[in-house]
Design a binder for this molecule. Structure first.
Ligand SMILES: O=C(O)/C=C/C(=O)CC(=O)CC(=O)O
Ligand SMILES: [Ca+2]
Ligand SMILES: [Mg+2]
Length: 416
């Protein structure tokens, strides 16, 4: 369904038009958080409309969306599975397209400015990958100057680690500067204190729906169609001084677990069909369990923008990523690890070849040796207390339209 017009007064080129319809969890002064769908600068109380409209607006015998959407997270809706997601999207498209529904639906549209947005999913397991060749190469050069930048496994498997799901927060949540052990190579011993190299990582987060049983794997050719529900913008805040000292040999730990921010709106994969892109050539060819046809193993043409205290300092391009989301999910389950609705995996930092497309300040400032110049002339390498970072993104939609991915923002508070 790609009917471009709606009875709502909405310009055709609105980034939150009929072709987008992202899901989130909202409340209005004191009411219970529940699922909402964004259209234009409105939020539809989706469950309320599904309830009154069970017959009138035609959701009839399908999945009980009214019940699923009455919850304070998207998880019950995710658990209904990919066929229900399609039914829901077709139904929402009809509700907003056909003038006959206007009278029933309009009372359940709330201006965006009047809602509080909440974390959209109860995050089950959180995994973070490392899928950008440019990022991995840059970090390798900075952290391991005497080794090959890409480790020997990098082009054979999407490297990842399990993160801390309980500290994933919604856009707008302040982040307290973490304290921990810091030791630069030249320091004789570690010291304890607030991180002096607090950083960001601009990533996409993939929201997983449906579940598998222990021992089963998700086939790479079915991963996107059956289990990738949608996409959030994700900022994997990273304390580089803590990380550089602690990560050998088990990987990131306290340098990243203090907080990860995601956007309030989850863009359905169905809204990103026009944004699918070919992957860069994978050479060497990955093992068979990571191979699939182009309609299953694809990249995404998503344009990201990193704004630091009001200055846009970088514009990473997601289509530059080496590994496909379907390959990441297939790899994450190839050992028989099960998945659950509400699982979240990060793509890894999105960095391109050019300096102004790097997705972390570690890379942009080359570990503090090449500071970034802000529009007011000041220089920055890492985050200072009170700094604000906002990631934004958009993707091409049908017929020249744009799909807005919303934003994820956060401000740094001083260490406790
Ligand atoms: O190469 C390393 O030792 C560490 C790299 C990271 O910090 C990156 C990480 O979190 C994965 C990513 O965002 O690409
Ligand atoms: Ca990361
Ligand atoms: Mg983090």
């Amino acid at each position: 369904m790609s009917s471009a017009s709606t009875w709502l007064d909405l310009p055709d080129d609105h980034p939150f038009g009929l072709a987008n319809l992202p899901y989130g969890v909202f409340s209005t002064n004191g009411t219970a958080p529940r699922v909402g769908v964004r259209i234009g600068d409105w939020v539809l109380d989706a469950g309320a409309v599904a309830q009154i409209g069970k017959d009138a607006v035609g959701v009839g015998d399908g999945p009980d969306l009214a019940v699923a959407w009455a919850n304070p997270s998207l998880n019950p809706f995710l658990e209904l599975g990919h066929q229900a997601w399609t039914i829901a999207r077709d139904w929402l498209t009809e509700v907003f397209s056909e003038a006959v529904h206007e009278e029933a639906v309009r009372p359940h549209l709330i201006p965006l400015g009047e809602v509080t947005m909440h974390l959209p999913i109860a995050v089950a397991d959180y995994v973070d990958f490392y899928a950008s060749e440019h990022h991995a190469t840059n970090v390798g050069k900075i952290f391991r100057p005497n080794s090959e930048p890409l480790t020997p496994n990098w082009k054979h498997l999407p490297i990842g680690y399990h993160g801390r799901s309980g500290t994933v927060v919604v856009s707008g949540t302040d982040v307290v500067r973490p304290s921990g052990q810091r030791k630069a190579p030249a320091d004789p011993a570690p010291t304890f204190g607030p991180s002096r190299k607090l950083d960001i990582e601009a990533e996409l987060g993939f929201v997983v729906g449906g579940s598998t049983t222990l021992g089963a794997s998700v086939d790479v050719s079915l991963a996107a169609e059956q289990h990738l529900f949608g996409v959030v913008l994700l900022n994997d805040w990273s304390a580089r001084d803590i990380q550089a000292w602690e990560y050998v040999p088990l990987g990131p730990f306290l340098g990243k677990s203090f907080g990860t921010s995601i956007s309030a709106w989850v863009t359905p994969m169905a809204a990103l069909e026009a944004a699918r892109s070919a992957l860069p050539t994978q050479d060497p060819l990955p093992l068979p369990y990571l191979r699939g046809a182009a309609d299953a193993v694809f990249g995404l043409d998503i344009h990201v923008e990193v704004e630091w205290n009001g200055t846009v300092v970088s514009r990473p391009e997601y289509r530059d990523m080496y590994w496909a989301p379907a390959q990441m999910l297939a790899h994450l389950t190839v050992n028989g690890a099960s998945i659950r609705s509400g699982d979240l995996f990060g793509s890894g930092t999105i960095s391109g070849a050019a300096r102004d497309s790097r997705g972390s300040f570690l890379e942009l400032s080359w570990n503090g040796t090449e500071p970034v110049t802000m529009t007011d002339g000041s220089e920055r390498s890492f985050l200072e207390d009170g700094d604000t970072v906002v990631l934004r993104a958009w993707a091409p939609g049908p017929a020249g339209s744009r799909i807005g991915l919303g934003e994820v923002g956060g401000r740094i508070l001083p260490a406790r």
